[in-house]
Design a protein around this ligand. Structure first.
Ligand code: HEM
Ligand SMILES: [Cu+2]
Length: 545
């Protein structure tokens, strides 16, 4: 479009202006599709959370209570399946990624808007089929290990089809993002001028595209085994159960980085804005995302130390696992170096970013314990693992998501959140989280196995503490969602740039216009020049960027 044509189009409305079901259901606007993903994934966060509270309620006391052991198995499986496949894997990429990738690179939409909408409907179809498998609910845990999963009467075949569709949606979205980032960056936005959230989403998309087909095929093989009795994994039929675990973790380990990298991307955006300092070590942060994505493909065997894999393989996987810690440590070091001597504003997005750093350090370091072959043999399948993955997934990814939601809420909704409510929620969630999950490290070292519906008396104290913690955590989450909801109607009108950010999304109105940019901006510098006079230092920026 010529500039005049854009100007003629200039009085366009914001992207929320059109109302009505059809305008949403048939939209090709990446922002609306992002919002639809946001509602869908947050719905499963809350539903999975209710299941978690039920699990914890049952574990309040050691003996039989509330429901049967089989029901407990079904509940933790559903909790895991919902949290992993329907919430945490898609949450940040498909909602905030969809909404913000085009805005941050100065594009009017993603490369393939129709494919984007299709991805959403494939995701929905996958959800419907997955939930449909509840007619005969699965009790295998979210990892569906064979041979049990090949034999159980639960509706595993239905579930595999559902997750196959969810995975397909994820591949389509990943492809769309990769092409978008390659082809639609605004003029002047070289790779080293891209915001770090884009680098993170790029690395994430690569993992999604390369690893998801592996789980898709694994699920198909499992379905074929159940439907036609082919012996891939069941030793009774000549199959190999270890093969299933190799396939499963070849996907599922890289996927933990699909969960965490986007959150790290958000943290890299929030910290420089609220510390008013240029991000420290931009290139190191950017490359470490790619390094994490790459090394992530080499370490799947650390989930299988006690599976009967050879000792040599165990030692090699253990050794390689420690390499992932290096780029992760680089990122954490750089965030802390950015904070150092910054002029720090403790607005809610920053509070969530700090919670992320604190909790993720605990999650990451305990991951090294688990990666050490000898230690893992002791704590394998105990509550130590449960504590570790909740610290990384909830303490890491979910806190990163909360940081992103508080940071970008004004842009998405056009309204400001209530800061007081946001802080009250933070003051409940962060301690509540620690009270819930820290005792589990101790329980694990003491030897309490995971997935037990009942436990010996000696574990009661810490279990009761954890359950009480889950109530505090839940109270905080309810307050946070009340804030999200209330601010939609009652929040103050958001200015274009409430946090004085330099990235492109803040240079347009809140909520953004339908076409994002009236004129596609030309980029002259990287977006992290905080605390300096932008124009006076222009020459320097060019060298930095
Ligand atoms: C309110 C917060 C939460 C509480 C109280 C909670 C509690 C629990 C409990 C009691 C279990 C069963 C542990 C076992 O016996 O192995 C569990 C398992 C699990 N949780 Fe959570 N959880 C919460 C949030 C999350 C989140 C946010 C995620 C990921 C995004 C998550 C992912 C998982 C997974 C993957 C399992 C393993 C399920 C399985 O063993 O098949 N949880 N959780
Ligand atoms: Cu792993």
């Amino acid at each position: 479009m010529s500039n005049e044509a854009v100007a003629a189009h200039a009085h366009h409305e914001d992207y929320l202006a059109h109302k009505g079901f059809r305008s949403w259901a048939l939209t090709l606007d990446h922002k609306r599709i992002g919002v639809m993903y946001l509602f869908t994934t947050l719905f499963f966060f809350l539903t999975g959370g209710v299941l978690a509270l039920l699990l914890r309620l049952k574990l309040l006391t050691p003996g039989p209570a509330l429901f049967t052991d089989h029901t407990y198995n079904v509940l933790f499986t559903m909790h895991g399946v919902m949290m992993i496949f329907l919430f945490i894997i898609p949450a940040i990429p498909s909602s905030l990624g969809n909404f913000f990738i085009p805005l941050l690179i100065g594009a009017r939409d993603v490369a393939f808007p129709r494919l984007n909408l299709l991805s959403y409907y494939v995701f929905l179809a996958g959800i419907v089929v997955t939930i449909g498998s509840l007619v005969s609910p699965m009790d295998t845990g979210w990892t569906f290990y064979t041979p049990y999963s090949a034999r159980t009467g639960a509706a595993i075949t239905t579930l595999t089809l559902g997750l196959f569709l969810v995975g397909m949606s994820s591949v389509l979205t990943g492809l769309n993002f990769i092409v978008t980032i390659h082809t639609l960056r605004a003029p002047g936005m070289s790779w080293y001028r891209m915001p770090l959230f884009i680098w993170a989403m790029y690395a994430t998309s690569v993992i999604q595209v390369l690893s998801t087909p592996v789980i898709a095929i694994t699920l198909l093989l499992l379905a074929a085994e159940r439907l036609f009795g082919v012996g891939f994994f069941d030793p009774a039929k000549g199959g190999d159960p270890l093969l299933f675990q190799h396939f499963f973790w070849f996907y599922s380990h890289p996927v933990v980085y699909v969960m965490i990298l986007p959150a790290m991307g958000i943290i890299s955006e929030v910290i420089p804005v609220f510390a008013r300092k240029p991000i420290f070590g931009y290139r190191a942060i950017a490359y470490s995302a790619l390094a994490i994505a790459f090394i992530g493909f080499l370490v799947w065997g650390h989930h299988m130390f006690v599976s009967g894999m050879s000792t040599t393989a165990g030692v090699i996987f253990s050794f390689l696992t420690f390499f992932v810690a290096v780029p992760t440590g680089v990122k954490i070091f750089n965030w802390i170096a950015t904070l150092y001597r910054g002029s720090i504003a403790l607005d809610s997005p920053m509070l969530w970013a700090l919670a992320f750093i604190f909790l993720f350090i605990i999650g990451g370091l305990t991951g090294l314990f688990l990666g050490a072959l000898a230690v893992d043999v002791h704590v394998h399948d105990t509550y130590f693992l449960v504590a570790h993955f909740h610290y990384t997934m909830m303490g890491g990814t979910v806190m990163g998501l909360f940081a992103g939601l508080h940071y970008w809420y004004p842009k998405i909704s056009g309204k400001m959140l209530n800061e007081r409510l946001a802080k009250i929620a933070w003051c409940l969630i962060v301690p509540g989280f620690n009270i819930t999950f820290f005792p589990m490290f101790i329980l694990g070292v003491q030897g309490m196995p995971r997935r037990w519906a009942e436990y010996p008396e000696k574990y009661q104290g810490l279990n009761t503490l954890a359950t009480v913690g889950s109530w505090i955590l839940a109270a905080g989450i309810i307050i946070m969602f009340v804030n999200f909801w209330r601010s939609l109607h009652r929040g103050a009108t958001a200015p274009a740039n409430p946090w004085q950010g330099n990235t492109l999304e803040w240079q347009i109105s809140s909520p953004p216009p339908e076409e994002n940019f009236e004129v596609i901006p030309t980029i002259h510098e990287w977006p992290y020049n905080y605390g300096t006079d932008r124009r006076a230092h222009d020459g320097e920026h060019h060298r930095q960027a």
